[in-house]
Design a protein around this ligand. Structure first.
Ligand code: SRM
Ligand code: SF4
Length: 564
């Protein structure tokens, strides 16, 4: 093998299909950590080794090793969980994690703070309710996202089924997960047949993401994915999907060759061929992606390196046909619609705002307990949105008043549906204290900043203006900040870059407006802009479009001019 390959490539190659020395790592009682190489491999099993960064320096002073624990990310295609699954995750969070459930920006659950010795019982707990965390993280296809309301129409249901089928088709075939986590102390098999027909033994060069949307809703933010699929329907019948490739948001400060990029629309695929289309794109990235520099290994860089026409030609060759031209479509919003809704079948749905996606109990606001109680009698599903919220879906008529009463008793109703639209649409990534990449706070800080921004918003009569605010603790982009009409990206503790001018539908990236702002600076910069927006906007004009029209920032037309 070439010595230029990145370290992770060498670890994958030697791992015996993701087994490595994980059994030995788990058996080592001297440390709460895994062997170094296993920290790469465990990602493919849906888990990250982390430390409690709030305690790192104190423990160092005391000459203790960092407080190691694990984040685990479940695989929930399309974000649909049964009440039994919700109850189980709720219980696992209490038994083995930090007592909270984190709803992520890719429609799934994370547990944080799981100690090494509790990994197996946690994985086993998932398994008992038919869940797993395979490919939650790692260089494989991740949780497949999809519009949140499959029961809105037959088309939604078909698109959700496609999300599940794509997820199943692209899930790694190795049996390592079952051996390591579900068979107790049993040693992994020594000999393994090559059972990764799609990925091969070194899997992909990098993470890979797929999302599907049914216009006019783009709540899955499909253009930030390696593959984005837009359902095209005619007279209530699903015809197929417009295909977009090469989206991804991560970048590194000081490295302009890294940039967020939205996926390019390359054609239309009939519904029956969508799984095969995804496989073919994945295999091109497997074969052509950069395996030397992980900063440049996402599909977006592969496409920009070879050129879109060359990529399309290869895809058409692997498919055996050329994609038809993309069909017309229109997105209206990438936000969630909060509160009650009903459908033709007489069932109701309730979209609840979950600040920062964190399901927890606070004094006077016991969301976690309320949702656990609801899971005890609800006969529909819990549907996670890509905006870190939850929909109680398919509620029987008799359960509607009961659910509302539970929410009132726990201080959730009506507060969470009557926030400013700014707060309801806001996204913040996890950041501190668990994320190793964070330069600044996000989830723990954004609510306080919003308290102050809400004052400005209300003063200008903008309480119902659903401006998209997105904050992250670093430039990796986990809360999709470059698709925020207001994007705040952490540079250092208490300091953020301010980006403006994405549109409201997830179809235009924003642009850097100011750097290294502290809280006063953020409020100082945003207050006059919000005042101008309130006074001078055109009817229906979104904030992101307004700041571009007024020339505060230039429109970003492609990832390659994001830094311009
Ligand atoms: Fe992310 C890495 C959290 C969605 C781009 N992301 C991480 C890690 C694992 C940090 C690390 O590498 O050590 C974070 C764990 C923090 C923690 O303590 O939980 C983390 N990412 C998250 C979540 C939980 C944010 C949230 O608050 O909801 C989201 C989990 C999604 C899921 O369920 O699978 C999450 N991450 C995203 C998204 C948004 C999306 O996919 O729609 C992005 C931008 C889109 C993209 O992939 O380009 C994203 N995460 C990244 C990157 C940058 C990737 C790149 O191409 O440069 C990293 C760093 C990396 O991969 O090296 C990263
Ligand atoms: Fe961590 Fe950065 Fe992702 Fe936030 S954006 S969760 S700080 S990697």
């Amino acid at each position: 093998m070439s010595s230029k390959l990145s370290e992770v490539e060498i670890v994958k190659d030697a791992s015996n299909y993701l087994r490595g020395s994980i059994v030995e790592s788990l058996g080592n009682r001297v440390t709460g950590a895994l062997n170094h190489d296993d920290t790469h491999l465990i990602k493919f099993h849906g888990s990250y080794q982390q430390t409690d960064r709030d305690l790192d320096s104190e423990r160092k002073l005391q000459k203790l090793e960092p407080l190691y624990s694990f984040m685990i990310r479940v695989r929930v295609p399309g974000g649909v969980a049964s009440p039994a699954q919700w109850q189980r995750l709720d219980a696992l969070a209490d038994a083995y994690a930090n007592g909270t459930l984190k709803l992520t920006t890719r429609q799934t659950f994370q547990l944080h703070g799981v100690l090494k010795r509790h990994l197996r019982p946690t994985f086993q707990g998932f398994n008992e309710v038919l869940m797993d965390s395979i490919a939650g993280c790692g260089d494989v296809n991740r949780n497949v996202m999809c519009n949140t309301n499959p029961h809105e129409s037959a088309v939604h249901a078909e698109v959700y089924a496609a999300a599940v089928a794509i997820s199943a088709h692209l899930t790694p075939r190795t049996t390592a997960y079952w051996e390591l986590w579900l068979n107790g102390e049993q040693q992994p098999t020594a000999e393994v047949v090559d059972d990764e027909p799609i990925y091969g033994k070194t899997y992909l060069p990098r993470k890979f993401k797929i999302a599907l949307a049914v216009p006019p809703y783009n709540d899955a933010d499909i253009f930030s994915n390696d593959i984005g699929l837009i359902a095209i329907e005619e007279n209530g019948r699903l015809l197929g999907y417009n295909v977009a490739v090469g989206g991804g948001l991560g970048m590194t400060f000081g490295l302009p060759e890294t940039y967020p990029r939205l996926a390019d629309l390359i054609g239309f695929v009939p519904a029956a061929d969508v799984v095969d289309l995804c496989e073919k794109v994945v295999t091109i990235q497997r074969d052509w992606g950069n395996r030397e520099n992980r900063k440049l290994s996402r599909l977006k860089y592969t496409i920009d390196r070879v050129g879109l026409p060359a990529f399309q030609a290869e895809l058409h060759q692997r498919l055996g046909y050329a994609l038809a031209p993309a069909r017309p479509y229109r997105f209206q919003t990438s936000a969630d619609a909060f509160g009650w809704s009903g459908d033709a079948t007489g069932l109701s749905h309730l979209t609840l705002f979950v600040e920062g996606g964190r399901v927890l109990d606070r004094p006077g606001y016991t969301l976690k307990t309320a949702l656990r109680e609801i899971a005890g009698f609800h006969t529909g599903e819990f549907r996670l949105t890509g905006n870190q919220n939850v929909i109680l879906a398919n509620i029987e008529p008799a359960h509607r008043p009961r659910i509302q009463a539970v929410l009132e008793a726990h201080g959730i109703w009506p507060g969470t549906v009557r926030q400013t639209a700014l707060r309801q649409n806001a996204l913040a990534c996890v950041a501190l204290n668990t994320c190793s990449q964070a330069f600044a706070e996000a989830e723990r800080y954004l609510p306080q900043l919003l308290d102050k921004l809400d004052v400005v918003i209300r003063a200008h009569g903008l309480a119902d203006a659903g401006i998209l605010v997105r904050m992250t603790g670093c430039p990796n982009g986990c809360a999709r900040p470059y698709l925020g009409e207001i994007g705040l990206v952490g540079r250092a503790i208490g300091r953020y870059n301010l980006y403006l001018g994405a549109n409201h539908t997830g179809e235009r990236l924003n642009k850097l407006y100011r750097e290294m702002l502290d809280e006063d600076g953020i409020l100082r910069e945003l207050t006059p802009l919000l005042a101008a927006y309130a006074a001078q906007r055109e009817p229906q004009e979104a904030f992101g479009d307004f700041v571009v029209r007024q020339g505060y920032v230039a429109a970003t037309t492609h990832g390659q001019n994001f830094h311009a």
